[in-house]
Design a protein. Sequence first.
Length: 244
Amino acid sequence: MNITKNELRDYKVLLRNVPSMVITIFVLSVVCMNLMASKELYSSKYFCINSGLALSWISFLCMDCICKRFGARAAVKISILAMFINVVTVGIFKVLSMTPGHWAAYFSAPDESTGEFINSGLNSTFGSAWYIVLGSAIAMIVSSVVNSYSNEYIGKHIDKGSYGNFALRSFISTALGQWVDNFVFSALVSHVFFGWNWTQVLICATTSMVIELVFEAVFSPLGYKVSKSWENNGIGQEYLSAFG
């Protein structure tokens, strides 16, 4: 009971201290990347790109900002919160996709049968399969632990406050975290349910990580400015004093 009370108190203080805009962006990126992952951009025998890759780097950049100021434990806690909200959102989508009625796209179809086909496809997209949601949740939690604690470990040894130090710790930790995220999801979902072999799993995990890392590299100066402004303005001091 004491452990539970302390964790709840930790969460309350943390949510008061981490800027709400960052938490909002974090949560939205997680929800949207899992939804957009349903759309395939390119696929070959050993290579697959989905639309979710265009958004997944955002959550890792948010994690790196939070980790630099608040520590790895705080970053993991926010990640778990984001994934919990995502699961709840998917649950709501699933229930609503099972209700009667038609999507707007139904009414623009040339005939009723095509409209029903479109309606069924949209219901299937928003009412994600349970194994995709479960695989995504496990992958996100495991990768957030890898990303956050590797980021903190590297930061303790090399971070002197410069952008170069921030970039180095972020790029290394993101590469590790993104690879783990892609590998765990591919192993649990694509390998088990879609019949991928292990070569496909490894190649997809690596190539997707590279794409996501490029996005983070482009926007890392913004992440550095955000985390630096928190430090300069004393954002999060209450949490750091109590749990830092």
